[in-house]
Write a new protein. Structure first.
Length: 459
């Protein structure tokens, strides 16, 4: 029987094979022989006897003949013991519930002491046509009216009335307000609030550990440095050192606190990054493009507003690619049937009618700026590829990377490890671009992943 031992320092459970705590490293107490023995639960002879009797009654003559005689005798013995134990058990008589005595008294005979009935309570005389003589008549000709345009010697301004806008004007005003909320502004807001796989966005500063394969061979002693600097346990520190994506080690209330912990980790040879909530997104958000014109030494991209972005081929140095899932619930392609009653249920809409399906995002890195070039597979015009254009969006994106690379024989490196980044479930991000494109939570996480992975080249 496996025995779980609690750590004397952190009180966390550990398995029997550990000699020290897997979280804090404290030595665990040794196991005694008495600890390893399992304690049998008490057996109810009445329940065992009833179970044995039911089993015997359910056996047919053929099944009883095929079973060993020892098994039949053992069942008979348990059934007899259970019946004997049930006979010896004290019988508790059932108590009969008794109602409390009700003191019934006669109704008072005097009319003044009787309670009014429903008929007498609502027996109200009809009003007189002449009115109530107790209420004096009011002469409206002698009533003075109040002038609300003046209060004392002060004269109040006249009330200005304005007509309500029409439905058409309200819709036009709402459309103009949505146009101001463009994609970049919505992305900036989403990266400054809520949570993500890389820590809480509301924190004033965050300490990010950049991945390195060499950490795995040194994790046995680096974990103590990480635990001492950030306050996490040894198990979490070991997991953070073994990941191949950026990891948030500390969410601090000030930049100085996070930087002090970062200096302690840099002394051990760890590559860490200190992020300031208000400054690290300046001139760093991606630039979406819809098409491209590939020349011999440069690439001209076309933005959604019609403007162009000219990039030298030598300025491109890599890319990140990832698949984005929408935040909306998946709608079935065909009507589904209720499996309980067999009634056909029509879905609200088909999945092909909804323009928020999964898509692939490609971010091209530039050496001159932190602003990456963002390409969406469901919006980009791949006719610029010419004869190299295919049917699959993922292959078209990789072909585009090969054609815009400075050296076609050596395409730009692509980072596709975003699929290993966990997704933080939550409500979809508000806003979008001027075309009404929604901003999904997964796209926000992809943007943050690209910024963190590319930050050492600029920060």
């Amino acid at each position: 029987m496996a025995t779980v031992r609690n750590c004397p320092k952190c009180s966390r459970p550990n398995g029997p094979k550990f000699i020290s705590c897997m979280y804090c490293g404290t030595a665990l107490p040794a196991l005694s022989s008495g600890t390893m023995k399992a304690v049998d639960a008490p057996v109810d002879p009445v329940a065992e006897g009833r179970k044995a009797r039911d089993l015997l009654n359910g056996l047919s003559e053929t099944a009883r003949a095929l079973m060993p005689a020892e098994v039949i005798q053992d069942l008979e013995r348990k059934a007899a013991a259970g019946e004997a134990a049930a006979a010896r058990a004290p019988v508790t008589p059932a108590s009969t519930p008794s109602l409390p005595a009700i003191d019934v008294r006669d109704e008072p005979t005097e009319p003044s002491m009787r309670k009014p009935s429903m008929e007498s309570a609502f027996d109200v005389p009809e009003p007189s046509p002449e009115g109530d003589p107790s209420i004096p008549n009011l002469d409206t000709s002698k009533v003075e009216t109040l002038n609300f345009t003046t209060v004392g010697d002060e004269e109040l301004e006249s009330v200005r009335t304005a007509p309500l806008p029409s439905i058409e004007e309200a819709i036009a005003a709402a459309a103009e307000g949505d146009a101001d909320q463009d994609f970049e502004a919505a992305l900036d807001i989403a990266l400054k609030r809520g949570g993500s796989p890389f820590g809480k966005h509301e924190s004033a500063a965050r300490l990010i550990l950049l991945p390195n394969p060499e950490y795995r061979g040194q994790a046995h002693w680096l974990r103590h440095r990480v635990a001492a600097a950030t306050g996490m346990d040894l198990y979490t520190a070991t997991q953070s050192l073994q990941r191949d994506v950026p990891t948030c080690l500390l969410a601090a209330d000030s930049f100085e606190e996070a930087e002090a912990a970062a200096e302690h980790l840099r002394e051990a040879g760890l590559a860490v990054l200190t992020i300031d909530r208000e400054q690290w997104l300046q001139d760093a958000l991606p630039e979406p493009v819809l098409s491209a014109q590939i020349d011999e030494d440069k690439v001209v991209f076309f933005r959604p507003d019609g403007s162009t972005l000219t990039v030298e081929r030598g300025d491109l140095r890599g890319g990140f690619i990832g698949e984005i899932e929408p935040d909306t619930a998946k709608v079935p392609m065909v009507p589904e049937r209720d499996k309980r009653w067999g009634v056909a249920v029509n879905p609200e809409a088909r999945a092909l009618d909804v323009g928020t399906g999964p898509f692939i995002v490609l971010d091209l890195l530039r050496a001159s700026t932190r602003r990456v070039i963002r390409i969406r597979s469901d919006e980009f015009d791949f006719r610029c590829l010419g004869e190299d254009r295919g049917l699959a969006a993922g292959l078209n994106l990789r072909t585009l990377v090969r054609l815009v690379s400075p050296n076609a024989a050596e395409p730009l490196p692509l980072n596709d490890r975003f699929k290993r980044v966990s997704h933080v479930a939550g409500t979809p991000s508000e806003g979008g671009d001027s075309r009404g494109r929604p901003l999904t939570r997964r796209e926000v996480e992809f943007t943050e992943y690209v910024l963190l992975a590319d930050a050492p080249n600029h920060l």
